[in-house]
Structure formats: structure tokens, C-alpha cells
Design a protein. Structure first.
Length: 242
């Protein structure tokens, strides 16, 4: 395991594996042996997990990684937004990608199609695994979804996935520093500037129902404020579609 050590990126010791089932599982083994502040990437990920029990397909050349982050449970919804924002900013600023949007809470979309997915899981106590998949090389065909997926290459953006890993982690560090120092407000405004469907009519699929309304705002927890014909509702979890 230790032979896979590459270098330090920001505060994290970076390890790259040839093939794992899920980097969100592998990180737990690393943390047990080595402590926190670890990032693990994998060239192949054979059993990648998505949100709501979905699978995250493996396509050679795409980026799969998971890193550790300390956070109190009550700030997790904000961290979820920061992760999406940092990824959107890293891709937009470094690679001048065109139409980059964040679909609440943290899917990054390029030209109306899903480019990446993020899965946060608890490791122990206040230590979290933040797992990210980015379609660098090729997008999978999504079945039963109201949107399609895309890759950076499909938009003519040819890049080294490890370079993106570096840019992302540096961007996340800087956004976390802003949040820890000055609170969530600037992050919230930046997030809204890139939000898909903001100030538009949207639908939110929750565990139990589909709610329709107007995407009014996100609050200082990162929860979505939806204006419906019954009044204003705070949405804590769900899938947004337009
Ligand atoms: C989603 O949009 O449903 C979230 C997908 C998260 C995929 C990444 S790939 C790296 C990490 N390892 C996993 O098994 N899942 C996450």
C-alpha cells in the first residue's frame, strides 16, 4: 500500500492505486493505517458508488479520487456546496470550459450535461470521505435519468487528470479557508452565480415526492429555498431537475 505514495498535494498525502473497488472504501483503509489528510486516486475503479445506491461507471482515463476532510455534522451541507463550487471553479478557471454550472447541491454540469459526481461519506466521528468522479476522457450513457452525461474531451478539453486533481485540491483549500475565516456568505454568492436553474421553475425529487416551484435561493446552510404555491419550503436533500 505504501509503495503507492506519490507526493504531498496541499495538506494531503497523495496515493495512487492501479485498481480499486471504490476509492471511498480504500480511503478508510489508508486512514486506519496512516491517519488523516490523505487523498487516494485510482486508475481503475471497478465498483464505484454514486448517490442513492447508484453505480458510478468505470471508463479508463476518467478521474476517480477520494480525500479526507474534517467537518462537524451541522456544517456538512455547506461543505457539500463548497466541494461542488471548488470543482466547478477549478474546471472553469483552469481550462476555460464554456458553460459550467452546478446542479444543487454539487453535481457539475458542462453544456447542460453531467460532468462529475460527488459522494460524501462518514469515515469516523468528524472525519469525512469526499469522493469525486470526473468524466475527463469519456462519458457513460445514463439510463433512466432526466439528463445525459458529458466529458471534458467531448468539449475539446484535453487534459491530464492528475493536473485536474492538483487544481481541484488547491481550489478546495482556498475555498475552505475563505469559509473558515469569513463564513459561508461569499461562497454562497459564488455558488449561486454558477447555479443551474437559479431563479427559474424547477422540480425537486425527494425521497417521497416530486415538488415543483421557483428556485428562490440557498440559505446559510446550503439548503435550497423553493417557492411553491403552498409557500416557501426549505429543501434539505433531493435531486433537482428542470
Ligand atoms: C453521484 O453523482 O451519484 C456521485 C458519484 C460519485 C463517484 C465518485 S468516483 C470516486 C469516488 N468513489 C466512489 O465509489 N464514488 C466516488
Amino acid at each position: 500500500m505504501l509503495s503507492t505514495y506519490k507526493e504531498k498535494i496541499g495538506i494531503w498525502d497523495w496515493y495512487e492505486e492501479e485498481s480499486v473497488i471504490s476509492t471511498n472504501d480504500t480511503i478508510k483503509e489508508y486512514v486506519e493505517k496512516l491517519g488523516k489528510n490523505i487523498v487516494v486516486s485510482a486508475i481503475h475503479q471497478t465498483g464505484g458508488r454514486g448517490r442513492r445506491g447508484n453505480k458510478w461507471q468505470e471508463i479508463t482515463g476518467n478521474l476517480y479520487f477520494t480525500y479526507t476532510q474534517e467537518a462537524e455534522a451541522q456544517e456538512l451541507s455547506k461543505i457539500v456546496c463548497i466541494v461542488g463550487l471548488s470543482l466547478a471553479k477549478a474546471i472553469k478557471q483552469r481550462y476555460k470550459a464554456g458553460d459550467i454550472k452546478i446542479k444543487w447541491p454539487n453535481d457539475v454540469f458542462l453544456n447542460g450535461k453531467k460532468l462529475s459526481g460527488i459522494l460524501l461519506e462518514n469515515i469516523k466521528d468528524t472525519l469525512w470521505a469526499i469522493g469525486i468522479g470526473v468524466n475527463v476522457e469519456k462519458a457513460p450513457v445514463l439510463e433512466g435519468m432526466p439528463y445525459q452525461a458529458t466529458s471534458l474531451k467531448e468539449s475539446g478539453l484535453i487534459l491530464d487528470r492528475i493536473e485536474l486533481l492538483h487544481y481541484y485540491l488547491q481550489q478546495f483549500l482556498s475555498d475552505m479557508q475563505e469559509y473558515r475565516k469569513n463564513g459561508f456568505d461569499k461562497i454562497r454568492r459564488e455558488w449561486l452565480d454558477m447555479a443551474k436553474g437559479y431563479k427559474e421553475k424547477i422540480k425537486i425529487k425527494t425521497e417521497r415526492e416530486v415538488k415543483e416551484g421557483f428556485f428562490e435561493d440557498i440559505d446559510d446552510n446550503g439548503y435550497l429555498i423553493l417557492k411553491t404555491n403552498k409557500g416557501t419550503e426549505k429543501i434539505i436533500a433531493g435531486d433537482l431537475f428542470i
